[in-house]
Ligand binder design. Structure first.
Ligand code: DOR
Ligand code: ZN
Length: 358
């Protein structure tokens, strides 16, 4: 039986939602991750440092409330879960607000969403270029820009949107702002892997468990699996394999863990018009371990999960450790809100090969 002990990981891309849903999913993250970068796409979106601080407080209070109810053995460690916040980039973002971001210990980045690309992203204008004024200031203030990189031109095929965004928007932007620190979020194609590798050290990428573990056949062939539906979509096997090689390589410094865990209630997923988003938090680490183990590269998991992201964001390395064992196990069927509404994880219906043992 294989096993591995690594420094407790951080999740550098997480959707925690709010209210009842937050309450239902927070433990899945605080159980396995020391810190997380929380996305701002609530409705209305988080657009100011003040809103971000209030949201952060709701997250911490909810984590405490949930833990006090279930009283896990390692409650003290789990109470130290630290959410870092992001602001939703929009045309009203002022110089004063950016200054506040640069001075805030809680807000680590500003997030760009192409209008309409995914959940709660109808806010703001769509053109990347229209934010060059903001990027210039972010570059000066050394604020990190997180990018959802997909073209939203309706004529572009949905499977080609990431590649088109690189060519039309990302490439010109990084040429213009070489000192802006940028995270290309949830990369899904070999084009994105190559782009990130070709750029200087200021351009890095986060990678989800679903884009490493599955290709589009796992989503679409034979039967439709809505719990594996996310934006950007799962791509071809050549893309998956390129991502796997990039993250498991000995020189994987530009790539780090970001689950993009994005819970939706079951009715929003199993629907005639379903939402994009994989709820991955409870099984993400197990899935990452499976991917690294299959490549015989478990020794590089710690860099990807616990070191590279912290280094990029200029934060210290975590002190705690976490253990994983290779052991066939069946994941929990459903997670529940207090009202009894179900949330289904992205591994639903599968057995897992790895397990976290706290
Ligand atoms: O699939 C996704 N779901 N991709 C995103 O970028 C957002 C997320 C969500 O918030 O549901
Ligand atoms: Zn996301």
């Amino acid at each position: 039986m294989k096993s591995i002990t690594i420094i407790k990981p951080d999740d550098w891309h997480l959707h925690l939602r709010d209210g009842d849903l937050l309450k239902a999913v927070i433990f899945s993250s605080s159980n396995h991750f020391q810190r997380a970068l929380v996305m701002p796409n609530l409705s209305p979106p988080i657009t100011t440092v003040k809103m971000a601080e209030e949201y952060k407080n709701r997250i911490c209070i909810t984590n405490r409330t949930v833990l006090e109810k279930i009283r896990p053995e390692n409650i003290d460690a789990l109470l130290s879960f630290k959410p870092y916040m992001t602001l939703y980039l929009n045309s009203e973002m002022s110089s004063q607000e950016l200054k506040r971001v640069s001075e805030s210990p809680d807000v680590l980045a500003v997030k760009f969403y192409p209008a309409g690309a995914t959940t709660n992203s109808t806010f703001g204008v769509s053109e990347f270029e229209s934010y060059y004024r903001v990027f210039e200031q972010m570059e000066k203030l050394d604020i990190v820009l997180c990018v959802h990189g997909e073209s939203i031109n309706p004529e572009v095929d949905v499977f080609d949107r990431e590649a088109r965004f690189i060519e039309e928007s990302f490439e010109p932007m990084t040429r213009r702002f070489p000192n802006l620190r940028v995270v290309f979020e949830h990369i899904s194609t070999s084009d994105a892997v190559n782009f990130v590798k070709d750029q200087n050290e200021n351009v890095v990428a986060s990678v989800t468990p679903q884009h490493l573990a599955y290709n589009r056949n796992n989503l679409l062939a034979g039967k439709l699996r809505p719990h594996k539906y996310c934006a950007p979509l799962l791509k071809k096997e050549v893309d998956r394999s390129s991502l796997v090689h990039a993250v498991t390589a000995d020189s994987n410094e530009k790539f780090f863990l970001g689950t993009d865990s994005a819970p939706h209630l079951i009715g929003e997923k199993e629907s005639s018009c379903g939402c994009a988003g994989c709820f991955s938090a409870p099984y993400a680490l197990a899935k990452y371990a499976e991917v690294f183990s299959a490549e015989s590269k478990l020794e590089n998991l710690e860099k990807f999960a616990s070191l590279n992201g912290a280094k990029f964001y200029g934060l210290p390395v975590n002190k705690e450790k976490i253990n994983l064992v290779q052991k066939n196990n069946i994941p929990t069927d459903f997670f529940m809100t207090e009202k009894g509404e179900k949330i289904v994880s992205f591994v639903h219906g599968e057995a897992l090969d790895w397990q976290v043992v706290n």
